[in-house]
Design a protein around this ligand. Structure first.
Ligand code: DX5
Ligand code: ZN
Length: 222
């Protein structure tokens, strides 16, 4: 069992999209903390999911924070849409952002919390100039686009670097991990410094959602 605990953010990506309301209800009843909303545009990643209309519909069904992860090439074009949908966190990819400082300012001005994400091939130092301005740093543990992939565990080492930078410089971001998290490996991610654990298939495939969420949170069963 991990000594630290984390927030659990089941990803709606792994839900049956024909039964979204039921999936949101399952997440709410499981004791999970946030709902992770994976937005894919078919350009930044080779898959398509949904946009602000779906996020707005989910918003009507739950009070849990909506943790929107924008895997899109032009994140700035979607700030107003997701703010209007009631998103809480708007996390964009540094690889997709030319003017990341401006994007962060615009996310804040729209009333959301800015997050920034790195794919496995992007080093932590690519975030150096913006870490002081974000509320969340999302470390991807798989190449994005699909749920159900195996974690690239070397990416977990980014957590230690980001935690050290936060300590050294007095930053305040939450550290989130996403991709290939299972009820078995979540404890390691929590021990390594994750504050938020995103899980798609590990949540939706679990026969006992409450038990799965406790494991994702790094807590004992029960
Ligand atoms: C990856 C997405 C993840 C995905 C995780 O492209 O950003 O949020 O839903 O799914 P699992 O937990 O199944 O790897
Ligand atoms: Zn995600």
């Amino acid at each position: 069992m991990a000594e630290r605990t984390a927030l659990a953010a089941p990803s709606i990506l792994s839900a049956d999209f024909g039964r979204l309301a039921e999936a949101v209800e399952l997440i709410g009843a499981s004791g999970a903390d946030w709902i992770h909303v994976d937005v894919m545009d078919g350009h930044f990643v080779p898959n398509l999911t949904f946009g602000p209309k779906t996020a707005a519909d989910i918003r009507k069904l739950t009070k849990l924070p909506l943790d929107c992860h924008l895997m899109v090439t032009n994140p700035q074009d979607h700030i107003a849409g997701f703010a209007g949908a009631g998103a809480d966190y708007f996390t964009f990819h540094v690889e997709a952002a030319l003017h990341s400082n401006r994007i962060i300012q615009n996310i804040k001005a729209a009333g959301m919390k800015p997050g920034v994400c790195v794919v496995p091939g992007t080093p932590v130092h690519a975030l150096d100039e913006i870490l002081g301005d974000v509320d969340l740093v999302l470390v991807l543990l798989v190449n994005p686009g699909f749920g159900g992939q195996k974690m690239i565990s070397s990416c977990l080492e980014k957590l230690a670097k980001l935690a050290a930078l936060r300590e050294e410089r007095g930053y305040r971001y939450l550290l989130s991990v996403d991709g290939g998290i299972t009820t078995e490996n979540a404890g390691t991610a929590v021990e390594k410094g994750a504050d938020v654990i995103v899980a798609g298939s590990a949540f939706f495939d679990a026969p006992d959602k409450r038990d799965a969420v406790r494991k994702l949170q790094g807590k004992a069963a029960g």
